[in-house]
Write a protein that binds this ligand. Structure first.
Ligand code: NAP
Ligand code: GFB
Length: 322
């Protein structure tokens, strides 16, 4: 991505109002934006990307030279368990509409977003990018996972048949300000933050779902944002790249709950509801491909990032998605 002021770039971010989209907006507005770039952050109100004509219209309106494609039907373990078919159908349609319209509008580059949960469930660890299609994903989110894998299939087609620079990133579990704090549909960290907020008001203990034994890697949305902007500007392989903290930063759900409790000054008991599903035990990702490119990239320490996120949630409780 040239950095000379003569070449104007229009960067369109689909899903620009979500957790990751707001992370990118924050980073762009705090020093990352280049002079020759204009950034457009889309919401579903600008265009329903499951509708081909609406997608066509919004691409024709902005004529992006570059696209960061984040828009998706996204949810935590329990949200996926309840709606695998809808996760598959909506995400398949959104992804096909976006990549096709990016191509028809001559976008030079598209970076799409996959997830470490889409890798095969029965695999060796740590997981690397070459393992993406080597076996079925976990039962709990097969709909979302297969739809996301098809982005990699389409990227290969657009690269080989249309000579496009379409690629993708594979983040681990993400957290940060502007997340989805809906307890039933959201992910574990925002779910625990919301549950603790309520438990503090009611003077009750915190109920963590499952055994607390599963392991996860968590990346701060603002760190991921910086890495996705680097991918847009500097990474030119059609094959995906894992954007994750290292294996050494993998923690148990019990430890994650203790960290959120500490960040919210919650001192009451943690109860584990083992009737609730644990989902995938682990999905340990290998970030050595990223480290080859960016050996010195510094991730925000999780306790610092959690404190910033919990403070944001408490300060913005009224407007937060719940
Ligand atoms: P999010 O907070 O739920 O935001 C989703 C975004 O997509 C919102 O901007 C939403 O717009 C937009 N969107 C949803 N359906 C749409 C539709 N039909 N038409 C147009 N826009 C639509 O999601 P996120 O957590 O930021 O996820 C961003 C990307 O990261 C996704 O591709 C997701 O699969 C991937 N990812 C997420 C995680 C995670 O832990 N959260 C982990 C790995 C990968 P509105 O605001 O208007 O609803
Ligand atoms: O974040 P989460 O919903 O998604 O759950 P996954 C992570 C783990 O936290 C599971 C436990 O082992 C849950 O049993 N957990 C404990 C809780 N308390 C809670 C709670 O209050 N809420 C939630 N949600 N979990 C998702 C995939 O898997 O990962 C998605 O299903 C997506 O498709 C996402 O890719 C990144 O990490 O299990």
């Amino acid at each position: 991505m040239e950095n000379d002021s003569s070449t104007k770039h229009v960067v369109l971010v689909t899903g620009g109002t979500g957790l990751v989209g707001k992370g990118i907006k924050y980073v762009v507005e705090n020093g990352e934006k280049r002079e020759n770039e204009s950034w457009v952050f889309l919401s579903s109100k600008d265009a329903d990307l499951t509708d081909y004509e609406s997608t066509k219209a919004v691409f024709a309106k902005h004529k992006p030279t570059h696209v960061i494609h984040l828009a998706a039907k996204v949810g935590g373990l329990y949200g996926n368990l309840r709606a695998n078919l809808e996760f598959f159908r909506q995400n398949m349609t959104i992804n096909d509409n976006v990549l096709q319209n990016a191509y028809q509008n001559g976008a030079q580059k598209v970076v799409s977003c996959l997830s470490t949960c889409i890798f095969p469930d029965k695999t060796s660890y740590p997981i690397n990018e070459t393992m993406l299609h080597k076996g079925p994903p976990h039962d709990s989110n097969y709909g979302y996972s297969y739809a996301k894998r098809m982005i990699d299939v389409m990227n290969r087609g657009y690269s080989q048949d249309c000579d496009c620079k379409y690629t993708s990133v594979i983040p681990c579990n993400i957290f940060g300000p502007h997340d989805n704090y809906n307890i039933e549909d959201g992910h574990v960290l925002p779910g625990l933050m919301h549950k603790i907020y309520k438990a503090k008001l009611e003077g009750k203990p915190l109920t963590v779902w499952g055994t607390g034994k599963p392991l996860r890697q968590f990346i701060y949305s603002r760190d991921l944002a910086r890495l996705m902007i680097w991918t847009l500007r500097e990474y030119n392989e059609p094959e995906p790249i894992i954007l994750s903290v290292g294996e050494e930063d993998e923690i148990s759900i019990r430890n994650a709950a203790e960290k959120v409790a500490k960040a919210m000054n919650f001192t009451k008991e943690l109860i584990f509801d083992t009737e609730k599903a644990d989902g995938q035990y682990k999905k340990t990702a290998d970030n050595s491909k990223l480290r080859k490119y960016l050996p010195d990239f510094k991730f925000t320490p999780i306790d610092v990032a959690l404190k910033e996120t919990c403070d944001w949630f408490v300060d913005n409780y009224e407007i937060a998605r719940k």
